[in-house]
Design a protein. Structure first.
Lengths: 106, 230
C-alpha cells in the first residue's frame, strides 16, 4: 500500500474525531487513527523493500523487523484502550440516558 | 459551515506537511539495526522469526509491561462492569430466531479447526508468522464460538482471573530466571552456546504463557460486554 494512503486514513480519523457528536463514533475514529498509524509504521519498515523477516540467510534483503515488533504492542494496547472506552460509554449511557457529547455538558 | 471549511483546509495543510516530512524519511532512515538483527538475531535468540526474537529476547521488558497492561485493562473492564462472578449465557443468545441454525451448525464444524489453528500459531511462533499475541487472539475467537454452540454454558470468571494472575506471575518469574543463568535480566535463559534447540524451548514456553493469558483476557472482556448488553 502507498504510504500516503495511510496519511489520508489518519487525517480522516482526525477529522472524524473533532467533528463527531457521538461517543461511540469518537471511539471508532480513535481506532481508525490507530489503524492508520499501524499501517504507516509497517510501510516505513518496508521502505526499501525486501522479503519477510523469517530467515537466517544473510544474503537476502529483509524488511525491517523493529516496526513490526513495536506494532504488536500497539495492537494489543489499542484493543484494551478501545474496550475500556466502550465499557465506560455503556456506563455513561446507563447513567445519563444518552451518548451524545452535547447532552453530557449539562 | 465556515468552521468546517477552516478545519478541512487545516487538515489538507497538515497532509502536505506530513508528505514533505515523509519525503525526508528516505534520507534519514538507516538500516544498521536491521543488518544487526539479520546477522546476529538467529544466533543470539535462537528464533528464526526475527520479530519474535525481538519481542521475546531483546525487548522482553516491553512485552512484560504489555501483558501487564492487558491484565490492568481486564481488571478495569470487569470492575466497571461489576458483574457477578459466575456468569450464565445471556438471554439474548438463547433466542433461536436471532441465531440461524446454519450458523450454529457451521460453528460446530469450525470450532475444533479454529482451536487447532490457534494452538499451531502459538507453538510455531518462533518459526513461522505468529506468536503468543496473535495465537491468543485466535484462541479467544474459538472460545467465543463456543458461546454460540453451547447455549447453557456457564463461565466462572473468578477462576479465569486467578489463572490469568498466576500466568502473569509465571511470565515474570521465567523471564527473570536468566539473571541466575546468564547474569542479565530479561533475556533468554539458555545461553547461545547450548544450541538453537534448547533456546527454542524458552521461546515456546513464553509464547504458550502469553497466548493463554491473551486468550483468557480477551474472553473475560467479551463476557463483561455480554453482561452489559442484556
Amino acid at each position: 500500500m502507498n504510504p500516503y494512503v495511510t496519511l489520508i486514513i489518519i487525517l480522516v480519523g482526525l477529522y472524524g474525531l473533532i467533528s463527531s457528536t457521538n461517543i461511540i463514533k469518537s471511539v471508532f475514529m480513535a481506532t481508525m487513527i490507530e489503524s492508520g498509524v499501524i499501517l504507516l509504521f509497517l510501510n516505513l519498515g518496508t521502505w526499501n523493500g525486501g522479503v519477510i523477516p523469517i530467515t537466517s540467510d544473510v544474503s537476502l534483503a529483509i524488511v525491517d523487523p523493529i516496526p513490526q515488533a513495536l506494532m504488536i504492542t500497539t495492537i494489543v494496547i489499542g484493543s484494551t484502550v478501545t474496550s475500556l472506552a466502550l465499557i465506560i460509554s455503556i456506563k455513561i449511557f446507563h447513567h445519563h440516558g444518552s451518548i451524545e457529547w452535547k447532552d453530557l455538558k449539562r | 459551515m465556515i468552521r468546517r471549511i477552516i478545519g478541512l483546509s487545516l487538515l489538507i495543510g497538515l497532509f502536505f506537511f506530513m508528505v514533505e516530512a515523509m519525503n525526508e524519511f528516505g534520507v534519514l532512515y538507516n538500516d544498521e539495526a536491521r543488518l544487526y538483527f539479520q546477522t546476529n538475531g538467529f544466533l543470539e535468540t535462537g528464533s528464526l522469526n526475527l520479530v519474535t526474537g525481538i519481542y521475546l529476547d531483546y525487548r522482553l521488558l516491553d512485552t512484560l509491561f504489555e501483558a501487564g497492561i492487558l491484565l490492568v485493562a481486564v481488571s478495569g473492564v470487569s470492575w466497571i462492569a461489576q458483574h457477578d462472578h459466575i456468569e450464565h449465557n445471556p438471554l439474548f443468545m438463547l433466542d433461536r430466531f436471532k441465531i440461524p441454525e446454519l450458523f450454529v451448525s457451521i460453528a460446530r464444524v469450525l470450532y475444533p479447526i479454529v482451536l487447532l489453528f490457534g494452538i499451531y500459531v502459538v507453538f510455531n511462533g518462533h518459526l513461522a508468522p505468529g506468536g503468543g499475541f496473535q495465537g491468543g487472539s485466535i484462541l479467544a475467537t474459538a472460545l467465543l464460538i463456543l458461546y454460540y454452540i453451547d447455549l447453557n454454558k456457564k463461565t466462572n470468571l473468578t477462576r479465569i482471573f486467578f489463572i490469568e494472575k498466576v500466568l502473569y506471575l509465571l511470565l515474570l518469574l521465567i523471564s527473570s530466571l536468566s539473571f541466575f543463568t546468564r547474569g542479565f535480566l530479561f533475556t533468554n535463559v539458555v545461553s547461545p552456546d547450548m544450541g538453537v534447540a534448547w533456546q527454542s524451548v524458552f521461546l515456546i514456553t513464553l509464547n504458550v504463557l502469553i497466548g493463554a493469558k491473551v486468550a483468557l483476557g480477551l474472553t473475560a472482556i467479551f463476557i463483561a460486554f455480554l453482561k452489559e448488553g442484556r
